[in-house]
Design a binder for this molecule. Structure first.
Ligand SMILES: C[S@@+](CC[C@H](N)C(=O)[O-])C[C@H]1O[C@@H](n2cnc3c(N)ncnc32)[C@H](O)[C@@H]1O
Length: 356
């Protein structure tokens, strides 16, 4: 029975959307399998292959591969040619799904989503009782997922666009500066930035020991271990005072249990005239402006990961959706003298230069 005033068209449109979301959720899980079992890698050369050939080369079960490849073709992740029943990955599909060295690559998203799904029991407990799911519970996959989501962007943007956007910074780093990154994760940003500025010295801080271990290995591999050290420390506990010309904090202040204390410590660790470069997802302060497809990704990641890891540590649970207004307010409260949103165009981040 339908109530008077029931809008059939609206209900039908929402049901269609939920149906699409349902298919998208299943596609994400199966794309994760393609990523983890090396199927995207195997297809990346662009060769047209039958399901049987894919299965043989991968050493996997053919029946599963046929169903998997059909899902991927229906999703637009692979092309299908009916004439010879082959599947093929185009160059563009390979850029997005396989080639980790470019900013179109989004393979880390499948890994991130599945790592979050795995914690859904703990998350529901937190909905009931408060608290959260600690970062460490998400395991090594979340560290790798975040690294894979962001490293190509940091390699492309930070040294070439973000640091030069605050003109005096580039000159300082070229000449030789003291630089820190807080919440450095697996070193996805600080390692390429350190490589780009050979006269400067770098210190990466993260509260997660497994991330720091991965970052150290990455720096050693890049051969810059002598200019780049890592410390297993929370941003709010950095002991240094008046030491750094630049502190970078990308996509991490909102994850922190005590972001206000962290900002205040960062201010103290900066030299007079030093700058905090701070990025957050490009969101508005107003919920009504964020009711978009990208907004749902931000609030979704925040609920399932960013906010819950902060609340798990008795933290503030700021959440991943921070607009310029709140960032400005937090910087002011921490005692910073200047705050400016830098005019960099970016598909994901908004970038603030905050002066001591
Ligand atoms: C979403 S990840 C971002 C990593 C990296 N900055 C990036 O953008 O790819 C957030 C990172 O902040 C770290 N973190 C959380 N709280 C922290 C704190 N209080 N001090 C330092 N790092 C912290 C986490 O361990 C994690 O590595």
């Amino acid at each position: 029975m339908e109530d008077a005033g029931f809008d059939r068209a609206q209900a039908a449109a929402l049901a269609r959307q939920v149906g699409l979301d349902f298919g998208a959720a299943l596609t994400v899980a199966l794309a994760y399998i393609g990523d983890r079992l090396g199927l995207f890698k195997l297809m990346a050369a662009g060769e047209a292959l039958t399901a049987q050939q894919i299965a043989q080369r991968a050493g996997l079960n053919e029946r599963y591969i046929r169903e998997w490849a059909s899902t991927m073709a229906a999703a637009g992740y692979l092309d299908y040619r009916a004439a010879d029943e082959t599947f093929r990955m185009t160059r563009e599909q390979a850029m997005v799904l396989n080639r980790e060295d470019n900013t179109y690559f989004t393979g880390g998203a499948f890994q991130y989503a599945v790592a979050c799904y795995r914690q859904i029991g703990g998350l529901m407990d937190a909905f009931r009782a408060g608290g959260g799911v600690p970062f460490s519970a998400f395991g090594s996959e979340i560290i790798e997922a975040i690294e894979r989501l962001f490293h190509a962007g940091y390699e492309a943007w930070v040294a070439d666009q973000w640091i030069p956007a605050a003109p005096e910074l580039k000159a300082k780093l070229d000449a030789g500066a003291e630089v820190a990154e807080v919440g450095c994760g697996a070193g996805q940003c600080i390692v390429p930035v350190a490589a780009a500025f050979p006269n400067s010295r770098f210190t990466g801080y993260d509260v997660d020991a497994a991330s720091i271990a991965r970052a150290r290995a990455k720096a050693a591999h890049a051969g810059i271990g002598h200019r780049l050290v890592f410390e297993h420390a929370a941003a709010e506990n950095i002991p240094a005072a008046d030491r750094f010309d630049l502190v970078m904090a990308f996509n991490c202040i909102h994850d922190m249990a005590h972001p206000r204390a962290a900002l205040s410590t960062i201010r103290r660790a900066l030299k007079p005239g030093g700058i905090l470069l701070w990025s957050e997802a490009d969101a508005s302060d107003r919920l009504e402006d964020n009711l978009t497809p990208i907004g749902r990704t931000m609030y979704g990641a925040s609920t399932m990961h960013c906010m819950t890891v902060s609340l798990a540590n008795g933290g503030e649970g700021l959440g991943a959706v921070i607009g310029e207004g709140l960032a400005r307010e937090l910087a002011r409260e921490a005692g910073f003298a200047g705050f400016e949103r830098l005019p960099v165009k970016n598909p994901y981040h908004q970038l603030f230069a905050v002066r001591k």
